[in-house]
Design a binder for this molecule. Structure first.
Ligand code: RB5
Length: 148
């Protein structure tokens, strides 16, 4: 799996911790789209970069991090084709893959510790979409909302 990751200045340390977790997986190639310093940046710009890789077919999934995870997930969900899930617990992370086929995981660097975040990431990258007909139907309806 090709995975792109990005953060704003509110989640620099969390991004490094998440990258360490992702390095546990031989079958995941990670591309870090920044930010790389503590200088203030605007989270929609990071969301646009990461989501653009996914919608261009250059990456399979993404992880986006900001202070709360809120702004960057809201921004990501404005990008057509993106289903970003803000998850601060393992159950939500699993459900976001099984039921919602989330292609972006968002978390907040000022919200969650590295340990729980690591478990969320491990769960999210290893959980597949259920391919259940009712979940696919709901996803299709959800994505069609962008056309209305
Ligand atoms: C940046 O200070 C902060 O607003 C951002 O990281 C995020 O929490 C926004 O939702």
């Amino acid at each position: 799996m090709k995975l792109v990751i990005g953060c704003d200045h509110g989640a620099l340390e969390l991004k490094e911790a998440v990258k360490k977790v992702l390095a546990e997986f031989d079958d995941i190639q990670v591309e870090d789209m920044g930010t790389y310093t503590e200088a203030s940046v605007d989270y929609p710009d990071i969301a646009e970069k990461v989501c653009g890789k996914i919608t261009a077919g250059e990456a399979d999934r993404g992880i986006l991090l900001c202070g709360t995870g809120l702004g960057i997930s809201i921004a990501a969900n404005k990008v057509k084709g993106i289903r970003a899930a803000l998850c601060h617990d393992v159950f939500s992370a699993r459900m976001s893959r099984e039921h919602n086929d989330a292609n972006v995981l968002a978390m907040g660097g000022r919200v969650i510790g590295f340990g729980p975040a690591g478990e969320i990431v491990r769960t999210w990258v290893t959980t597949e979409f259920s391919h259940d007909e009712r979940h696919q139907r709901r996803i299709d309806k959800m994505m069609a909302l962008a056309e209305k």
